[in-house]
Design a protein around this ligand. Structure first.
Ligand code: KDG
Ligand code: MG
Length: 402
């Protein structure tokens, strides 16, 4: 079997997505998500101009070799654009392998380690009163874990607080919009929100919070400490994570578990965090961390160091990524949680899939391969619209993280 064609499909059914579809000379096809929020066209060009020509004629069954060829062969290793492009190829090849074998991909990864994939939803609202109602809605839907985000009094907008209900879309304008941030106001407000939520919903509901990289290590340590009575499942992205040893300081001061990794692209971005046991959950994803092949390598390293998975699953990760993530989630020994922000109806139509939500769990597809596809005719009806993630400035105008 040989790769005969590889198409890069850019579509915007409510938001932008890039998808790679690989076609073999025997007519078997595979899909991979290649969406990098706000930088979609860079990945599309990387694939079209540099990867696709090298794929034509290759044997699609050689997944590991193709991964090594694209990673090492580029000379320029790592980085979000490169790793997202490699991820798309890798995911599509796993899809093809599953279809050829007549098995869902999780069977090729060693089979089930659990019955379902526990997911968390996003309760977000401008203030504490309204976020309580949002948490209740998720509980009623069966969710066993809920991420809680609110606006901060005195700030006009807060990143991570949605405008819609089941999903939010942070990429809004072609040129990044700007918001104002105050660490002081945020640190004073957030523990009060969680005290109310824990009080109202009791000890069993798993609660999570995303800091979106906005603190310094000592500020994050203080937040973690203030949140300890509320027993969070995790505090996510407390600080920008380029400086991995910065997490030692947070660890020294708080037992609130830490999750990090949605912006990581390789095992090297999290090696120190994992091997020094500075985190509890690694949030790397199929699409941004080199596909199923490389993400499994990260999760295996994590398993040796008491770190569980907690993959990113926001709306900018397409149903193709979600389908692939679920095959890994259900098979690995050290699964923790999977983020699940639902997609719009238009997105679900462009990417027909057979994973499903049931009683707080997502269940991977039982179809051969990944169990997801892209409807290219429908996709063509939604042209690309430039959209960037916003930036933050402090109240005095200084540029800040996110
Ligand atoms: O593209 C960026 C979003 O996916 C991200 O900001 C969402 O932080 C996020 C999360 O945890 O879902
Ligand atoms: Mg996050």
């Amino acid at each position: 079997m040989k790769i005969e064609d590889a198409r890069v499909i850019v579509t915007s059914p409510g938001r932008n997505f890039v998808t790679l579809k690989i076609v073999t000379d025997e007519g078997v096809t595979g899909v991979g998500d290649a969406t990098l929020n706000g930088r979609e066209l860079a990945v599309a060009s990387y694939l079209t101009d540099h990867v696709v020509p090298a794929l034509l004629g290759r044997d699609p069954s050689r997944i590991e070799d193709t991964w090594q060829y694209l990673y090492k062969g580029a000379y320029w290793r790592r980085g979000p654009v490169t790793m997202t492009a490699i991820a798309a190829v890798d995911t599509a090849l796993w899809d093809i392998k599953g279809k050829v074998a007549g098995l869902p991909v999780y069977q090729l990864l060693g089979g089930r380690s659990r019955e379902g994939v526990t997911v968390y939803g996003h309760a977000s609202a401008p203030d504490t009163e309204s976020v309580l109602a949002e948490v209740a809605r998720y509980v009623d839907l069966g969710y066993k874990a809920v991420r809680v985000q609110t606006g901060v009094p005195g700030l006009q907008t807060t990143y991570g607080v949605g405008r819609g209900r089941m999903f939010y879309e942070p990429a809004d304008a072609a040129v990044p919009s700007e918001a104002t941030w105050s660490t002081e106001r945020y640190l004073a407000h957030t523990p009060q929100v969680f005290a109310r939520v824990r009080d109202e919903f009791g000890p069993d509901l798993r609660l999570l919070h995303d800091v979106h990289h906005r603190l310094t290590p000592i500020e994050a340590a203080r937040l973690g400490r203030d949140l300890e009575p509320c027993r969070l499942t995790w505090m996510e992205d407390p600080v920008p994570a380029e400086l991995q040893e910065g997490f030692r300081l947070i660890r020294k001061h708080t037992t609130t578990p830490i999750a990090v990794g949605e912006v990581f692209n390789t095992i090297w971005d999290c090696r120190q965090l994992i091997t020094e046991q500075l985190i509890d959950y690694i949030r790397t994803t199929v699409v941004h961390a080199g596909g199923i092949t490389h993400l499994r390598r990260i999760f295996d390293l994590a398993a040796l160091h008491h770190v569980r998975s907690g993959s990113h699953g926001a709306t900018d990760l397409s149903p193709v990524c979600m389908a692939a993530a679920l095959h890994l989630d259900v098979s690995i020994p050290n699964f923790g949680l999977q983020e699940y922000m639902r997609h719009t109806e238009e997105t679900d139509q462009v990417f027909p899939h057979s994973y499903r939500f049931e009683d707080g769990y997502l269940l991977p597809s039982e179809s051969p391969g990944l169990g997801v596809d892209v409807d290219e005719t429908l996709a063509a009806r939604y042209p690309y619209k430039p959209a960037s993630l916003p930036v933050n400035r402090l109240e005095d105008g200084t540029m800040h993280s996110w």
